[in-house]
Design a protein around this ligand. Structure first.
Ligand code: IDP
Ligand code: MG
Length: 152
């Protein structure tokens, strides 16, 4: 199995609901190593680039607004970004995080335990982001971190 790196973000709902420590605690139960951590101001440009593969989806605009903290009363939203490294890191973290739809996610996963669908706009408020595959992980880590901010 390959050594991989993957990106994690605590989303605005997770931040607002004080689930940051819990999420890190669950991730720490893995064998993965935390190699970068940073609080990053989120701009519309960064949010749109992060989710560029979803441009054109009917929920895209609300997803960007969610990421900017607009549905959680957060002004000048800053998100905690983390990079985990280890064997099969992308899939390992996705397993801990759970499926995209919190109503379908494993109830033992972070999203299954704490995520919900916002009844006003249908956005899946699922607490935490984790890269979906190796290609996304590499792109997303480069988007959120400078090389020198990653401890290797
Ligand atoms: P992922 O976060 O599990 O990788 P993606 O398909 O990459 O899922 O979608 C990014 C984010 O967009 C999801 O985490 C969720 O917050 C939101 N989202 C995805 N699909 C839907 C949908 O069909 N309705 C509402 N929100 C969605
Ligand atoms: Mg994704």
């Amino acid at each position: 199995m390959a050594i991989e790196k993957t990106l994690v973000l605590i989303k605005p709902d997770g931040q607002k609901r004080k689930l940051t420590g819990l999420a890190i605690d669950r991730l720490e139960r893995s064998e993965l190593e935390l190699i970068a951590a940073k609080v990053v101001p989120v701009t519309r440009k960064l949010a749109e680039e992060h989710y560029e593969a979803l441009k054109g989806k009917p929920f895209f605009e609300n997803l960007v607004r969610f990421f900017l903290g607009e549905f959680h009363g957060i002004k000048n939203c800053k998100l905690l970004a983390l990079v985990y490294k280890g064997e099969n890191a992308v899939a390992e973290v996705r397993k801990i995080v759970g499926a995209t739809n919190p109503e379908e996610a494993d109830p033992k996963s972070i999203r299954g335990s704490f995520g919900k669908i916002n009844p006003k706009n249908g956005i899946m408020e699922n607490v935490i982001h984790a890269s979906g595959n190796l290609e996304d992980a590499q792109r997303e880590i480069a988007l959120w971190f400078k090389k020198e901010d990653i401890a290797e």
